[in-house]
Design a binder for this molecule. Structure first.
Ligand code: PCA
Length: 201
């Protein structure tokens, strides 16, 4: 049997005025499942720039595939993020009380990275499972973007084969959490059903 893909799936704790985060709930639903061909690890990240970026950075060498989830409350559909930018520009404190404006995540690092995962195929896998999904060209300037940037920067500077994608989930006013979980399951199954190399054709 082929070696299973080591897959890291992350979500975020609640932040701001909300006491839930759909990304955390989706991870809790999916961590109970098993997927043939996948060795699944999960983690809920703090909505805090420094610990979240530092943790994700240290994990990149240990996984083949990384799917990071967060919520974008105002977006009506699931968004597969194409790009991460080297910028922290918060309009509200993070959960550690940190509120950076116009600051780079890493000094002397590239302005942006594109995802090294096949975002179009991932979006298609979600749409084929019956859920609304589009490509987004901005993951914002809050903690989600920072974590995505940290992952892609680490992969780039260490020349790791790891492939990473960030997916923003909508508010559960637009889509029930159980449907979001089904959509992400479709992405995991897309990974599982492909022989090596999964992420790039
Ligand atoms: N969404 C925020 C941070 C955590 C989350 O779930 C964001 O889009 O940056």
């Amino acid at each position: 049997m082929a070696t299973p893909h080591r897959l890291l799936l992350t979500g975020f704790e609640p932040f701001g005025t909300r006491d839930t985060n759909p990304s955390q709930e989706v991870v809790s639903l999916l961590e109970k499942e098993s997927f043939a061909g996948i060795e699944l690890s999960t983690r809920i990240l703090p909505v805090a720039y420094l610990p979240a970026t530092e943790w994700i950075r240290t994990q990149m060498a240990h996984f083949d595939k990384v799917i990071m989830l967060g919520v974008a409350w105002v977006r009506p559909e699931i968004c597969v993020e194409r790009v991460a930018i080297n910028l922290m520009d918060a309009t509200r404190n993070d959960n550690n009380g940190f509120c950076p404006t116009d600051m780079p995540i890493y000094a002397n690092a590239p302005t942006a990275y594109f995802s090294n995962a096949p975002i179009k195929q991932i979006a298609a896998a979600i749409r084929d499972s019956g859920y609304p999904c589009k490509i987004s060209n901005s993951a914002g300037t809050y903690v989600c973007n920072a974590v995505y940037y940290a992952a892609l920067h680490e992969i780039a500077i260490r020349q790791l084969p790891t492939q990473a994608v960030f997916i923003h989930l909508p508010s559960n006013d637009y889509l029930p959490v159980s449907s979001m979980a089904e959509a992400i399951k479709a992405v995991i199954q897309y990974i599982a059903n492909r022989n090596v190399p999964f992420f790039k054709d």
